[in-house]
Design a protein around this ligand. Sequence first.
Ligand SMILES: NC(=O)c1ccc[n+]([C@@H]2O[C@H](COP(=O)([O-])OP(=O)(O)OC[C@H]3O[C@@H](n4cnc5c(N)ncnc54)[C@H](OP(=O)(O)O)[C@@H]3O)[C@@H](O)[C@H]2O)c1
Length: 175
Amino acid sequence: MINFSAIVACDLAGCFSQDGKIPWHYPEDLDRFKQITMGKICVMGRNTFDDLKTYRGDVAEGEPILPGRETYVVTTRPGLNGNAHQLSSIYELRTTLPCNDTPHEVVMCGGSSIYKHALSLCDTIYLTCVNRTITTGERLYFPVYEMDRHFKVVQALQSVTNPGELGYFTFRRKQ
Ligand SMILES: NC(=O)c1ccc[n+]([C@@H]2O[C@H](COP(=O)([O-])OP(=O)(O)OC[C@H]3O[C@@H](n4cnc5c(N)ncnc54)[C@H](OP(=O)(O)O)[C@@H]3O)[C@@H](O)[C@H]2O)c1
């Protein structure tokens, strides 16, 4: 049985990327990402994967990009290195994932097109809200308004180390 979820950190308007990068750096939020995704299957687009590789520095061939997690990267380009499984389309996921009785969670990790699919697939969205509004550069947005229509908040936590700056929300699909 497969459960789909999505994870994103965005500003008050839903911006999650500025000029091809995450526009902030909060180690605490990275820890939350790690804690939520650990032991699960992570799916991301090629740009997110490349950005992650840059962030992680030199990850040796064959060494997982996200230790403890199976990573699937959606790309039309062949030749992804051994750090992750390659999918030529998001729809390939259903036929590629292990099919057994063990429940597992697939976490959609962005960017834009992965999030677009996520809204129709997911039951849960883990959202970090960064209390600012990015107004410059080339920006990408998580579809927060569509999310509000179909999901409701089931947990809201204030950051302990960055109070007023970071809020952690879990959304569940409305019945
Ligand atoms: N703040 C956050 O929580 C967060 C989370 C995730 C990402 N980000 C940021 O978002 C940015 C990347 O997002 P993005 O939207 O530009 O890129 P992306 O979705 O990560 O990657 C786009 C690429 O993925 C492949 N792809 C996506 N959908 C596909 C499909 N349906 N079929 C086949 N291939 C598909 C294509 O790769 P090919 O061109 O190789 O075919 C496409 O060019 C980065 O800055 C990243 O750091 C932020």
